[in-house]
Ligand binder design. Structure first.
Ligand code: ADP
Length: 625
């Protein structure tokens, strides 16, 4: 061990030199000291050696010192006093060596713990540096500390980036600097610190100020820093700017609201699925149509809305499309069957649109219930058959000869009876009186029969009993106009409507009133066939108390003056093939419905036909509207 050896040898060197120096000093003092204090200088040499080089060289120094001391105390004599002095020296030397050794050990220990303390403080500095880097590197966050009174003590770079103040500008300033004036005015900065002290920590979203005066929406966390003894040491603040995040969230929320408003109002049922067939959304109309709520469907496979065999096969339909891209239904629309929650199935028209969001494809199905449409079609069919009833009016033309014959017979008979009675009255034979009375009776009977035929005819056309219900007038007018205006557009006729929703509901026989409207509209269209301007306008308004008034106005030539006074009388017509029954039937119907019908010349030419209808009682209105 060269290291050990060299230091040990140098230790011996030090011992020897130290003892020689001491010996020289003692020799120099020989004239003064004589043989006294022969050992004293060597005590210092031993002490120096043990402190500098350890106990082993010090033992060498002690042995050498014993030799020199023996020499200086009068070499060669062996008396008791010298022996005691030598022994005392040895004890003292041993004590010095032991003490020096202990001191050395203590010194070494002290230096080791010093080194450890150094290492610890180096580590602490490193941790602080790293912590600062971490805090400064926290992008988008201002991290800073306040003392117990709210003044800034630590300020990171993030805080400078976010708020604009540099560390130098802000250290020692009160945190109220970061609050907008109105918050400062109500003492919010102080209140926030008090709250943090009370609750330990609290978070809030609030407006804060930048150095340039701009405000931003901040997420703020304030923590009270309390030491082990429970004493408040200050506050830690973490602030981030969430203005953009909040704006983005608001945009997303607005879009979601928009979408859900579309979903809840779109009249067709709408079902959105992903490429695994899982339902993502289910519109309000779909809920009404299928009978499932949104919670019952979203997240489940859309095949639940289909009857067999589509229910079992639907997943493979999607898989095949995703694999081949072959569109069998997407973008085309098809009539398929759907299953309701109650197990019933119904025909529907399904159109599917496709969209991609990120890496996911979604499919939107629009469902139109065909049962509904079939109902509508059936309803139109009903109306058409009603119209056939109305067109019996024109069928009257072909019945005219039959009627003429029927009427001819009783009228001819009446004429015969009356003429015969007149002839006999010229020279009256009282014996013939009973026969004449009988003939007049027969004439009266035939007259009644003729009247009966005409009444039956009117009843036949006006369709029997009045069956009145509460009806919404605008809807009733619209329906009738569709039928009355069939073919009108082709003839260049424009139709206008001006319907007052408040002039409703009415208490009428719906089919009969529609028959009147169809008649008036048809007449208007016929009257305008030679006009340049062809427009029919249907208006509804409130009339005198309890009545609504409907007006059909045209731009025709107006009613011929010769018939204007007897327009509503049967068999008055200016048309070659006209029966002159339409308006008379209209009057019968309107009067049977407790209304009134009349004609006025239009303001700028043309004709206005008005009729009134009784409004339904108010309590019925709520039920119907
Ligand atoms: P018809 O249409 O069979 O003649 P109506 O009773 O419906 O029977 O009409 C009677 C007559 O009233 C018609 O022949 C026509 O001269 C006249 N008239 C009806 N509506 C109009 C109208 N809008 N404009 C002009 N004249 C009309």
């Amino acid at each position: 061990m060269p290291g050990w050896g060299s230091s040990r040898w140098s230790g011996f060197g030090v011992a020897i030199i130290g003892v020689l120096v001491a010996a020289a000093a003692r020799a120099a003092l020989e004239p003064v000291l004589g043989d006294r204090a022969a050992y004293l200088p060597f005590v210092l040499a031993i002490l120096a050696t043990v402190l500098a080089c350890g106990p082993v060289p010090a033992v060498l120094a002690a042995i050498m010192s014993l030799g020199f001391g023996w020499y200086f105390s009068g070499f060669g004599r062996l008396n008791a006093a010298d022996i005691v002095e030598a022994a005392t020296f040895l004890v003292v030397a041993a004590g010095i060596i032991a003490l020096g050794h202990l001191m050395n050990r203590a010194r070494r220990r002290a230096s080791v713990s010093d080194a450890k303390a150094d290492a610890r403080s180096r580590e602490a500095r490193q941790v602080i540096e790293e912590l600062n880097l971490l805090i400064d590197g926290a992008h988008g966050h201002a991290i800073y500390m306040l003392d117990t009174t709210g003044h800034v003590t630590i300020w990171n770079e993030g805080a400078e980036r976010l708020k604009g103040w540099s560390e130098a500008e802000v250290l020692g300033k009160h945190a109220s600097l970061f609050y907008p004036p109105d918050a400062r005015a109500i003492g919010k900065p102080e209140a926030d610190l008090a709250r943090a002290r009370e609750e330990g920590r609290f978070e809030e979203e609030d407006w804060r100020l930048r150095k340039d005066g701009r405000e931003f929406l901040a997420a703020v966390s304030t923590t009270a820093l309390v030491d082990e003894a429970g004493e408040l040491r200050g506050f830690a603040k973490i602030v981030s700017d969430i203005t953009d995040k909040r704006a983005a969230e608001n945009t997303i929320r607005a879009r979601e609201d928009h979408l859900s408003s579309i979903l809840s109002t779109v009249p067709d049922a709408m079902v959105v699925i992903n490429d695994h067939g899982v339902i993502l959304s289910f519109s309000a109309a779909a809920q009404a149509l299928f009978g499932y709520s949104e919670e019952e469907t979203v997240g489940r496979n859309v095949s639940m809305l289909m009857p067999s065999p589509d229910r079992e096969r639907h997943d493979s339909y999607i898989a095949r499309y995703l694999e081949t891209g072959e569109k069998r239904i997407i973008g085309k629309g098809r009539v398929v069957f759907a299953a309701r929650k109650d197990g019933s199935s119904f025909p529907m028209e399904l159109s599917i649109g496709e969209a991609s969001t990120g890496d996911q494809r979604i499919f939107t199905g629009f469902v139109r219930d065909l049962t509904e449409r079939r109902h509508t079609e059936a309803r139109l069919e009903d109306l058409r058959s009603e119209l056939i009833h109305v067109s019996r009016v024109s069928a009257m033309g072909s019945m005219a000869s039959t009627l003429a014959h029927e009427l001819n017979q009783p009228i001819g008979a009446i004429a015969n009876y009356v003429e015969a009675v007149r002839d006999r009255l010229v020279d009256l034979d009282p014996a013939e009186l009973p026969m004449l009375i009988e003939a007049l009776g027969d004439a009266a009977k035939d007259a009644l029969r003729a009247g009966d035929i005409v009444r039956r005819l009117r009843e036949f056309v006006a369709r029997g009993e009045v069956a009145r219900t509460v009806e919404r007038l605008p809807a009733l007018i619209n329906e009738a106009s569709v039928l009355g205006l069939i073919g009108a557009r082709e003839r260049g006729i424009e139709a206008r409507f001006d319907l007052d929703p408040y002039a409703s509901p009415v208490f009428v026989d719906r089919v009969q009133i529609q028959q009147v409207l169809i008649n008036l509209i048809r007449n208007a269209c016929e009257a305008m066939k030679d006009q340049d301007e062809r427009r029919v306008t249907v208006t509804s308004r409130l009339d005198r108390a309890g009545f609504a008034r409907v007006t059909v106005m045209d731009t025709g030539p107006g009613v011929a003056p010769e018939i204007a006074n007897q327009l509503f009388t049967a068999f008055v017509s200016t048309k070659q093939d006209g029966m002159g029954l339409g308006l008379s039937i209209c009057r019968t119907i309107i009067e049977a419905n407790e209304g009134r019908i009349w004609m006025e010349p239009g303001e700028g030419g043309g004709t206005c036909f008005h009729f009134t209808l009784p409004l339904a009682e108010m309590e019925d209105e709520h039920g119907e509207q």
